[in-house]
Design a protein around this ligand. Structure first.
Ligand code: PEP
Length: 249
């Protein structure tokens, strides 16, 4: 039985003051939920978040990492550094990293491997653009992004990872994939893994991301292959994020 998981991607938002208010509100209400909950604040706030989260049970994640461990890589942050600040999870291959910072499949694979080598659990983000969906290429794109990891690292690495299906056209747009559209891709992802290893496929959690809101969370999370959500905008509003966690938990 896969435990539902809701992770908040704060993106480049936050202040010391607002973070404290948000984390305090989450801590009180997340306790007792059956689902796992994580937040992914910007790097500079990880220490603050780790201290405030304490033993609340809410996990900490980062939004990105370097594919290298240490050295002359100005501006980069490695997996061991994130581990020292209490991170358990790290996003890899978010569509904003792929589109704005030009991260190719091979960079994403290197980051995935670096995360696991550093003891972190990578959350591998995959998803198609609007043009790709309209051209009927959704499954081709998503399966290519997933195969990049499997082909280079082997299917068993997925055991210690999470996959997030995030259609690019639904991220930050207010347009959500319907539960049926999302389930179709989630099922395809699980089938792709199952063709190689049914046990890994049955265990890996596949989250949906893209304009999840309190109003649509329950239906999305009720689909058989949707194991929770990666939440952007709504993760910054305590009441909304908590309602989404409740829908999963
Ligand atoms: C995201 O950035 O991963 C995301 C899902 O954003 P939003 O929920 O705002 O669409």
């Amino acid at each position: 039985m896969r435990r539902k998981f809701v992770a908040g991607n704060w993106k480049m938002h936050g202040t010391l003051q607002n973070n404290a208010l948000l984390i305090d509100a989450l801590k009180v209400s997340v306790a007792g939920l059956a689902c796992e909950v994580a937040i992914c604040p910007p790097y500079p706030y990880l220490a603050q978040a780790a201290a405030l989260l304490g033993s609340s049970g809410i996990q900490l994640g980062a939004q990105n990492l370097s594919e290298f461990v240490s050295g002359a890589y100005t501006g980069e942050v490695s997996a061991p550094m994130l581990g020292e600040f209490g991170c358990r999870y790290v996003l890899v291959g978010h569509s904003e990293r792929r589109a704005i910072y030009g991260e190719s499949d091979s960079v994403v694979v290197a980051k995935f491997a670096a995360a696991q080598a550093g003891g972190l659990v990578p959350v591998l983000c995959v998803g198609e653009s609007l043009e790709e969906r309209q051209a009927g290429k959704t499954s081709e794109v998503v399966s290519r992004q997933l195969a990049a990891v499997i082909d280079r690292l082997g299917v068993s690495v997925l055991t210690k990872s999470v996959i997030a299906y995030e259609p690019v056209w639904a991220i930050g747009t207010g347009v959500t994939a319907s539960a049926g559209q999302a389930q179709e891709v989630h099922q395809a992802i699980r089938s792709q893994v199952a063709a190689l290893d049914p046990v890994v496929a049955n265990g890996v959690r596949v989250l949906y991301g893209g304009s999840v809101k309190p109003q649509n969370a329950k239906e999305l999370f009720g689909q058989p292959d949707i194991d929770g959500g990666l939440i952007g905008g709504a993760a910054l509003v305590a009441g909304d994020f908590l309602a989404i966690c409740r829908a999963a938990g």
